[in-house]
Write a protein that binds this ligand. Structure first.
Ligand SMILES: [Zn+2]
Length: 115
């Protein structure tokens, strides 16, 4: 193997809206200083992954894992709320992305169409 490989977590950083990328290990937006993903980053991520929302969840789950590690290393005595950090990374796209869901209305529509 030649050269030094980048760590896997660094490769996971997607080309989010210009400048609205996470500042690690604080996990604040490099541009606006809000907790990442900030509003601009969320919009960019939704646009970038609009054809494959499951990939967005996989990407954000990796970010969540890295953020938990980083934030714990910075301040091991402050655990914070697991619900809050989960919602910060994975809750918001679940509320706005319906492409992967089978809703009862769609499911009953399928039954009606096949019967
Ligand atoms: Zn930002």
């Amino acid at each position: 193997m030649t050269g030094q490989q980048r760590p896997l977590s660094a490769q996971r950083i997607a080309p989010v809206a210009v400048g609205h990328r996470p500042l690690r290990p604080l996990w604040l937006c490099r541009r606006c200083g809000q907790p990442w993903p900030c509003g601009a980053a969320r919009l960019a991520l939704v646009a970038e992954y609009q054809d494959c929302p499951v990939s967005l969840f996989i990407y954000l789950a990796g970010c969540l894992h890295d953020a938990i590690d980083d934030l714990h290393r910075l301040n091991p005595s402050e655990t914070g709320s697991a619900a809050d950090i989960f919602d910060r990374f994975l809750g918001w796209p679940a509320r706005h992305t319906r492409a992967y869901r089978v809703t009862p209305a769609r499911a009953s529509g399928i039954e009606e169409a096949t019967s």
